[in-house]
Structure formats: structure tokens, C-alpha cells
Design a protein around this ligand. Sequence first.
Ligand code: XIL
Length: 318
Amino acid sequence: EATLRERAEARGIEFGAALSAAPLREDSNYWNTARTEFTSVTTSSELKMGPLRPSPKTYDFSDADAIVDFGNEYDMAVRGHTLVWHTQKPDWFQEWDYSGDQVRDFLRDHVRTVAGRYGTRIDAWDVVNEAVHEDGSMRESVWYEGMGPEYVEKAFEWAAEVTDSDLFYNDYDIPTEPEKADAVYDLLADFRDRGVPVDGIGLQLHGIGSQADPADVADTVRRFRDLGLDVHVTELDVAYEVGSVPDDPLAAQAEYYRALVEACVDAGVDSITTWGVNDGNSWVRDFYKAEERFTIDPLLFDRKCDPKPAYHAVKAAL
Ligand code: XIL
């Protein structure tokens, strides 16, 4: 039987997973599943500013390189996540002079150094992650404070100076929060009008407790494609919350994955990424500290890397 990777390649769709450096080094089952079942890899946290920058003047690229090298070695597409975000910043990062150019100089240097180092070894970058709130306002952050809303377009311009990779804006809840969707749409439409170098939008689609309706996701995809943007599904996972658990959760999870992948591909998505390879490495339970709250783990492979019903459903959808 064909693997997911073979199905995705035959269909001309990237189907990837976010990887973490530790299990990639230590767990041969994980390594092997990533290589044989996926066509694309994303760094989970290894390229975020915090993990990358142990001190103000040093970078540690070793964990990020482990993932990028793996993707390059096995002919997978590589997504870099992420150059600019409000969180997971370094511990030493606190004192800033907001009145001068300190924030701007720091961010310009960071974007140029990191994006420039990888060049086209990274195919697509999440240049800016999560800059807009659910109500459509800009999120406050050190970047916003220091540079105003202009920090977003500057990050794209600085990245474009040093790399030919595709440059993405990435965010969550866009298909389910209309005010946020409109604000992000206006931001990117304005960038297209003014020639700010943005190539695509990443839809995170974490379904943790509630899942976006696939029809709404498809509408969102078409709307942004009409701006001339590529649309990637960048951070997919599917977990149910106690109290709203379907009768047969594994079957419901599989059916949701199937319907979502089908709707996205029909609407023109050309890359879909699950946020992790297997349930043992998912961020959901750790991050939400929720052993009680979620009934099934979110990914296509279980803790032993055995395929779940959702895996077969995704293959059937491709
Ligand atoms: C998560 C990682 O998976 C965790 O390991 C980390 O502790 C927190 O961040 N949206 C994003 C990702 O854009 O960067 C987040 O990744 C998950 C939510």
C-alpha cells in the first residue's frame, strides 16, 4: 500500500509535519516515520528567537540545522517557523530603549542573519506569526511597541533582501473569527497593493476543543487566493474536549481530517502540515496542561508511531 508521502506526491500536494530536534536525534521510529510518510518538515520551536539566541551576540543553530538538514537530505520541502513572534523570546531579552532605533536595529539584524543564513535551504518562511488579535486590532508586543504596525512589512522587506524563499504571514483562528479575518485580509491586500513582498498566508488550524467547519476554511482559502497569495495549512491538530466528545472519537477525528483535507485541497491549498509527527510529541497536552480536558490525542500517528484511523482517512482524501 502507498505511504502518505507517496499519495501526496502523486497528488502534487505537500503534506508535512512539524518536527522537534530531540526525538529526531533520539527516536529512530520517529525519524523513520517523518522520512517515509511526509513530504515536508517545519521547525516546531528551533528557529524561534528564544531557542536560537542563548545570549545577545550568539546564535545556536544546531537544533534548527538538524531539522533543515534532514528535510534537505530527504528531498522534503522545508518551512521555517518563525522569524518574528511576540513570545518565545530569549530570557535575557527585556531592557529596550523604545525611543530610539534599538528595537528596529535588533529585529533587522535578526531577520537578515537568520533568513540569510539558510537562503533557499528553507523553501518557505513564516516571517511574522500571530500579529493580529481576535478583534482585529494589532497585538501588543515588543516589536509593535518599538516600531508601530510597520514592523510587519519591514520584516517581510528585510527577509526579501536576503532570501528567495516564499514569505508567509501565519496566524490562528482566521476561518472562525470574522473580525480577525478581515483585519488580516486588509493587511495583506494592502501589502499586495504596495508591493510589500508577501507570497502567502499560513492558516494554523489548531482544533483543540473545537474544530473549524471545513466549508468555512475553504471559503477562507479562496478569499486569500483571490489576492494572489498561496495558502498553506501550517499547524493542524484535532483534539476533543471532555463534554463535547463524539461517540467514537477516533472515527470522528478521522472523518474531520478527511473532510478538512478534501475541502482544503479542492479550494487550492498546496501544503498541509500537522503540528507534530505522532501523539507522543504533540504540544497539546503539555501546553494546555490538560490530561483531563482532551479525550484523544491530535495527530495521525499514535505514541508508538502506529497509524491511526485519521492517517488512513487523510490518505483516502488525497
Ligand atoms: C508551540 C510548540 O509546539 C511548543 O513546543 C512550544 O512550547 C510553544 O509553541 N502556534 C504556533 C507555534 O505558531 O509556534 C506553537 O508551537 C503552537 C501555537
